[in-house]
Design a protein around this ligand. Structure first.
Ligand SMILES: Nc1ncnc2c1ncn2[C@@H]1O[C@H](COP(=O)(O)OP(=O)(O)OP(=O)(O)O)[C@@H](O)[C@H]1O
Ligand SMILES: [Mg+2]
Length: 458
């Protein structure tokens, strides 16, 4: 059953969006914070100088013949010089009477006395220009009593605006740099986080179909519950699979023994039957019994192979010795069909694997060669260890049916050339499973000069 899963929005995109969005907000906040702070400091500096200038002018005021006279010191204006040549205006009042300066500097509303020598700052718009104005006053004692001297001193803000523009530009560059760096870091952080997930997915997909062993590689804490449930799922699956394998093996075993008995009875009966149609029926019966016991035997082998492949125990073996033993055992069967078994090798081939599994696989390949090639042929078995251990079994029969080669190693699959031969379609499956359990595979091909070749790569 194939289930189509639809992923909701990508986790990676969501993470990236959240992190980059956060970085953009932070960069904007940083930009405005720097600009405001710089504006405050610049304004404060201008105010300090304006205040000092106003104070120095007030300090120069003297009472002469009952009237206030102010001889403005040169330093009062020179300290206000800016790179942008900002213009300066002033107006001096004795009580409410204009004494000197720039009468249009409307200080009346802002010049309410706030106490002796108190400075008060304000930004006004005058003649289409922003100006910073300081107002200050000083109480003086003359012959006629107390009088108040007040001054309003104003300066345009061209230099200040220039400085602010420059600071804004720098803050913008800084903010953009910060954003770019944060975006890069977000990308990196997202990639490493998603990388962990990808690694887990990889190790799940890379597993062979038989591999139900638990994951042991370390995973991040957050992924532990997922991996634990995966492991428990696989343990349950493994358990139920081995239960069904056990069941098949038990069933095959129980069928095989009575079948052998039935076959010997049938053989004995055949000797006693004379009528042709009865003899034919007996032969068909014996053939069916052979088919069934072959199937039971192969099923039993397959179950054993599956079990051993799941719990692979490797031993150091010499592949040539192992196959030689098998060839000796099978030679009588080959001779019955006038076939020759020929083993080729260049010295011992040492390998670490399960000898029972490997022998079973090779036996099935030789068995096929004997079954599907004509009498008087030669079956060549070649064992070599270079560059990796491999065993090939080639015959000079008709070869594998061309358009079926890919499907032959599937369970119970028999080729179109198998008609008339006894078999269950499990031999190549067993060989393939053995190769896979050892980390190799099974390759089937036909030789150019004719004949099938099965290559067991370990
Ligand atoms: N040497 C060979 N030459 C030609 N065809 C072959 C050869 N070996 C296998 N085949 C084809 O591949 C099919 C599958 O082989 P496999 O060994 O799996 O099953 P089987 O021989 O039919 O039955 P069994 O389980 O008893 O071995 C065979 O039915 C046959 O068609
Ligand atoms: Mg076979």
């Amino acid at each position: 059953m194939k289930v189509d899963l639809h992923g909701s929005r990508s986790l990676r995109n969501r993470l990236m969006l959240a992190l980059i969005g956060g970085a953009a907000t932070l960069a904007l906040l940083l930009f405005f914070a720097i600009r405001n702070y710089a504006a405050q400091i610049a304004q404060h500096t201008q105010d300090t100088i304006l205040g000092a200038s106003a104070t120095s002018i007030l300090d120069a005021a003297v009472v002469w013949n009952g009237a206030v006279e102010v001889d403005i010191p040169y330093a009062s204006f020179s300290m206000l010089t800016t790179p942008m040549d900002d213009r300066v205006f002033y107006a001096i009042y004795q009580n409410d009477t204009f004494l000197s300066g720039y009468p249009e500097l409307a200080i009346a509303p802002i010049a309410a006395p706030i106490g002796d020598r108190d400075n008060r700052f304000q930004t006004i718009r005058h003649q289409g220009q922003d100006m910073r104005v300081v107002t200050a006053s000083r109480t003086m004692i003359g012959q006629d009593g107390r009088m108040q001297v007040r001054i309003a001193l104003a300066q345009t803000q061209d230099a200040l605006s220039g400085t602010l523009a420059q600071i804004s530009r720098n803050a913008a560059i800084f903010g953009t740099g910060f954003f770019a760096l944060a975006a890069l870091l977000s990308f990196w952080a997202t990639s490493t986080t998603i990388g962990q997930l990808k690694r887990l997915t990889h190790s799940v997909t890379r597993r062979g179909p038989q591999d139900l062993s638990p994951f042991k590689k370390p995973v991040p804490l957050e992924m532990l519950p997922l991996v634990r449930s995966l492991n428990s799922l696989m343990a349950r699956l493994d358990h139920s699979l081995s239960q069904s394998e056990d069941f098949i093996a038990e069933a095959a075993h129980r069928v095989r023994t009575p079948l052998a008995t039935v076959r010997s009875y049938a053989e004995a009966t055949l000797q006693r039957v004379d009528k042709k149609e009865n003899r034919d029926a007996m032969r068909a019966m014996m053939r069916a019994i052979d088919e069934s016991s072959r199937a039971a035997g192969q099923l039993l082998d397959h179950a054993m192979i599956t079990f051993r492949a799941d719990h692979l125990e490797r031993q150091d073996i010499d592949l040539v010795g192992l196959v030689d033993e098998l060839v000796l055992r099978l030679t009588p069967i080959a001779e019955m069909k006038d076939l020759t078994l020929q083993l080729k090798s260049e010295g011992a081939v040492h390998y670490s694997g399960d000898p029972i599994l490997i022998q079973n696989a090779v036996r099935n390949l030789i068995d096929n060669a004997l079954k599907y090639s004509p009498a008087d042929g030669v079956v060549t078995i070649h064992v070599s260890g270079d560059p990796r251990p491999k065993i090939s079994v080639c015959d000079n029969g008709k070869g594998f049916p061309k358009d079926e080669v890919g499907a032959l190693p599937t369970r119970f699959k028999r080729g179109s050339n198998s008609e008339g031969t006894i078999g269950s379609g499990l031999g190549l499956t067993i060989a393939m499973d053995v190769a896979t359990a050892h980390g190799g595979n099974l390759q089937l091909s036909n030789q150019e000069k004719g004949g099938a070749c099965a290559l067991l790569l370990l």
